[in-house]
Ligand binder design. Structure first.
Ligand code: ADP
Ligand code: MG
Length: 158
């Protein structure tokens, strides 16, 4: 049982700094984790995802898995699933793509944009990053709900 709920808040201005945060998050998630990225359209969720992917060696753009819901990546020693549930009309659709199998892989890193669209079909995340527009930049509120998540938050400097 998790008795402590660590959290940390970052104010990040600019796309480059946001990608750098994603790289740091990726490094903290080696070995697998479920990470929810919450926030409105344009908040910066995919920008963070790009940084996470870069930390595993992915270069260039990040394909938006909007229509397919999930884009899988296989890196040396790390499987990563990038979900974008924006287009999900009914969370039940997640059953059809075999959602349970993705999250059953405890060594995989699952990044989920728009997790609220999948409510009832997603597991408790290890870490939740809530992104809101704040001045010229973004406010990132990171919270952990598991022991694994607590360690990730600690690595982030929270
Ligand atoms: P989302 O996936 O949440 O819809 P994106 O990652 O596509 O959002 O980002 C939308 C826009 O916000 C991009 O133009 C990106 O450069 C910009 N952006 C992302 N993070 C920041 C930040 N910390 N400060 C300023 N602009 C940002
Ligand atoms: Mg996005």
């Amino acid at each position: 049982m998790v008795t402590e709920l660590p959290e940390c808040v970052f104010q990040i201005t600019g796309e480059e700094a946001m990608v750098a945060f994603g790289r740091k998050l990726g490094n903290a998630c080696i070995g697998g984790a479920v990470v929810f990225l919450d926030g409105d359209l344009g908040a910066g969720k995919t920008t963070i995802s790009r940084g996470v992917l870069q930390s595993f060696g992915h270069q260039g753009a990040v394909k938006s898995p909007t229509y397919t819901l999930v884009e899988p990546y296989q890196f040396d020693g790390q499987t990563l699933y990038h979900f974008d549930l924006y287009r999900l009309a009914d969370p039940e659709e997640l059953e059809y793509i075999g959602i349970r199998d993705y999250f059953a892989e405890s060594n995989a890193l699952c990044l989920v944009e728009w997790p609220a669209r999948g409510v009832g079909y997603l597991p408790t995340p290890d870490v939740k990053v809530a992104v809101t527009v704040s001045g010229e930049g973004r406010m990132l509120h990171c919270t952990a709900a598991t022991e694994r998540g607590q360690n990730i938050i600690k690595s982030l400097g929270g």
